[in-house]
Design a protein around this ligand. Sequence first.
Ligand code: RUQ
Ligand code: CUA
Length: 655
Amino acid sequence: MKHFKFILSITFLSLLMVGCGDDDRKSSNRSSSGAMASNAAERVYVAPGEHDEFYAFISGGYSGNLTVYGLPSGRMLKEIPVFSQFPTSGYGYSEETRPMLNTSFGFIPWGDSHHPDISQTNGDTDGRWVFINENNTPRIARISLETFETEEIIEIPHSAGNHSSSFVTENTEYVVAGTRFSVPYPQKDMPIEEMKGNFKGPLTFIAVGDDGRMKIDFQLDMPGFNYDLSHPGRGDSHGWFFFTTYNTEEAHTMQEVNASQNDKDFIAAVNWKKIQEYVQNGGGEEIDAEYAHNVYDHSTHTATSTMMNKVLRVDPREVGDAVFFMPTPKSPHGCDVDPSGEYIGGNGKLSTDLTVHSFSKMIQAIENEDFTGEAYGIPVLNFDSTLAGTVKEGGLGPLHTEFDGKGNAYTTFFISSEVVKWKLGTWEVLDRQPSYYSVGHLMIPGGNSRNPEGKYLISMNKITKDRYLPTGPELEHSAQLYDISGEKMELLLDFPTHGEPHYAAGISADKVKPNSKKIYRLDENKHARAALSEADTRMERDGNNVHVYMTTVRSHFAPDNLEGIKVGDKVFFHVTNLEQDFDVPHGFAIIGANNSELLIMPGQTKTTTWEPKKEGVWPFYCTDFCSALHQEMQGYVRVSGKNSNVPLRWTLDGE
Ligand code: RUQ
Ligand code: CUA
């Protein structure tokens, strides 16, 4: 009863507050419960059957994958496997997709995915593809937003800790991949103490074709610093790319101390247009490299992996006026460019202030040769000459900044656990909201574009602690949704994410939804081992390999009785799903397989392998509850002894 009265009085208070000024609204919103909380609930409520307004593609960090969420609801829509094997669909297990995880180090079943970015046309997100980097074994992936599947992965040779990646230029001319750890370039055996001056930090520019195909255009041979993050220029600064650096000390041990000696590190400003021209005119030197280029073809439903062996190395000093360093305080992390392209922010993660450079001042300083020195032959610009302004006392430990397209910027502060809103040009702090807790990245849909859709912001927090029901020592990281349409930010929702989201990319659903594929057409299925009808199904022996061409349709496999398989055989089940109806997959699993199931979409063919170890009659079944008779969707494989002469025989209902 007491509780009831309390709620009543809060409701009454909130009624009184209607029409109050901003400050009152703000303070009531900051209370975590009560009537305003129900108002927040309404604003994130997407009624059953309704769709969200935005897609958010959130990196999975050490899951190696990419998760798709709807905003504002915070509902998880899908996990897209990218760099990690994914038993839920058979990605990385099926014969068709295993080549996607091939590298120059062999087959790698896992990755650490960090920074998704959506393709752009004229500086606007266009909803064609999402790119994402793999940090550990350097790779860049491209995901189709028609199929929401990974279509291509390219390995980045000579790189180590592929972190300042995978950001795209305003017409998706390039996606970049910068090395975080400097290394011998090319790799060789040498004493670690001799790092200084001998290691390098190659920055790779990957050209993207109209069909999305990636090709390494050139690799910039940069000094051996750590290249942490990057963003492209846009508008007037289109044609440039900016990379934050740290460890300009070139320390090789105890970096937590030794890489924090210099008061300022650099933002490297790279005029890629100039270098592109240089390369097109025959500049650069082809050097040996070893890297895998993996492409998934939607008509054959099959990936191929090609080993590449050359890359074009460009020495920036030979291009002339192509690369400059802008001193930036205190080991900057995030490197962010505002929607106009004029401001380039570097968030010194060991400071309280944010440094913002001006593109036009930078150009002026270059013209005036206003340098204070050089680093390995690259001019260092005068700090005061490129500085646009400083955001003072923003908080502690700034990491990343996004923009709302209305002249405001939002920066995360890891140490003081808050998101801070400030004004471009005046550099004044306008608002701050706590985040729970230790926020890393943040995202506004269209954040890396000329036209951010500044309605919502999500923060991605490293520590969850008490925010949800405990689930043992490990809790999923949390994301928080803020409404940023008003003067003050309002926290609306907490939702769990998967893995460790380092960054996200958002886009309004309208730009993606109409193109989303519903089925794969059977008449377009060019898989080499597809069975396009039940009449096509069969078994073929090739030595110890037995190929089974099988189909699925509600609610049976064809064939469903298989004989003539022997212990010691390797059986390839090539399963084609004959359905031509949206969202009707079938699954395939067989007892004792040292492999995952397959989940086969309508019109698709997938292959799993099985090496029977024991004689007997072994069942297989459909893993996806596809119909009322799903439980009946099953079959048997008879396995005979090694030397048996039971002939191959495949039947469905005795035929
Ligand atoms: S990035 S927050 Cu800052 Cu790869 Cu993780
Ligand atoms: Cu097909 Cu269950």
